[in-house]
Design a protein around this ligand. Structure first.
Ligand code: FVH
Length: 288
């Protein structure tokens, strides 16, 4: 059972996390570089620390949610407080390398380190279906159990502190691909006078239907087996993709979002993958 929890960082996400902890009746201390952001949380029962060193000293478990890793290091370095014997749960977005580096530093300082990736936006925090990915120290995970449960569901990805960030970034990569395609699609329609709202139902149904192909694509990628029962070969897709680019150009729309996929399709055909399924293009992503 966690006794004393401090939150460092009260931006949109840090505040949502602290609110969820308060809603779960956890006893929390909060600190933010701009102190006024602590006021709504104090009104809800949190204790505000006047400086980051005091905030850390007050805690067994320090939950960090700041803009980026340089700000995390800036705050921890400036705090001047000992981390020995404390547990750190860092939910700041970063790379696997940054997470591993901070974990090594924290361990050298005598702290247990758990890294996390928040797969949600602030209004989703506190709902049971909200997913927080974690990896790193198993002991830290046990210490953080209560506070993580107040945020939603968490999935522990093992002892490598870089893995939560790695999965987080892989999921964000897939998300941005989807949003980029959606933005281009709405622009195509809008150029012909059709509102984005008129597209929502169709695009949701289409993306739902298409995501059903992901398990088979995963099988193909893992087995390097792209040529059996191909329903949508890459040569056909390359020919059709030209129309998508041309329709944007005809409407004087940027094609910046969609050209990279065309380049990959063209390379797939040029390297003899024209008869393969989509998963085959995964082999073209490594640079060497
Ligand atoms: N909001 C979201 O949708 C996403 C969802 C997934 C996870 N991300 C990550 O969460 C981290 C924090 O994001 P945020 O939404 O809370 O971001 P902001 O509202 O912009 O707040 C930023 C906080 O960081 C503090 N800060 C920035 N630089 C420094 C610094 N050099 N020293 C000390 N603190 C710093 C900032 O303080 P202040 O401006 O209020 O004084 C805020 O507390 C982030 O990694 C997302 O990728 C959110």
């Amino acid at each position: 059972m966690t006794r004393k929890i401090t939150f460092l960082g009260l931006g949109a996400m840090g505040s949502a996390l602290a609110r969820a902890a308060l809603a779960a009746n956890l006893d929390i201390t909060v600190w933010n570089r701009t102190p006024t952001r602590a006021e709504p949380l104090v009104a809800q029962g949190a204790t505000a620390a006047t400086d980051s060193g005091g905030a850390i000293a007050a805690a067994d478990l320090v939950v960090i949610c700041l803009l980026d890793y340089p700000s995390v290091r800036a705050v921890l370095d400036a705090a001047g407080a000992t981390l020995r014997g404390k547990t750190i749960l860092n939910l700041t977005n970063g790379t696997p390398e940054q997470a591993r580096g901070l974990a090594a530093w924290a361990e050298a300082e005598g702290a247990d380190y758990l890294d996390g990736g928040i797969m949600a936006i602030p209004p989703m925090i506190g709902r049971p279906e909200t997913l927080i990915l974690t990896s790193g120290s198993a002991a830290a995970r046990a210490t953080a159990h209560d506070v993580l449960a107040s945020f939603g569901s968490s999935r522990y990805l093992g002892g490598d502190p870089g893995h939560a960030a790695l999965y987080d970034l892989a999921l964000l990569t897939a998300m941005y691909g989807m949003f980029g395609g959606y933005l281009q699609g709405t622009a195509l329609l809008k150029a012909d006078g059709i509102a984005a709202a008129g597209f929502v139902e169709l695009v949701q149904a289409w993306l739902t239907a298409m995501q059903a192909s992901l398990p088979e694509m995963a099988r193909q990628i893992d087995a390097a087996d792209y040529g059996r029962n191909v329903a949508s070969n890459l040569a056909m897709q390359d020919a059709a993709y030209v129309n998508l680019i041309d329709a944007s150009r005809a409407r004087k729309l940027s094609t910046d979002l969609v050209e990279p996929m065309q380049r990959l399709l063209q390379k797939a055909v040029a390297t003899g993958r024209g008869g393969h399924d989509m998963g085959s293009m995964a082999e073209l992503i490594p640079l060497d």
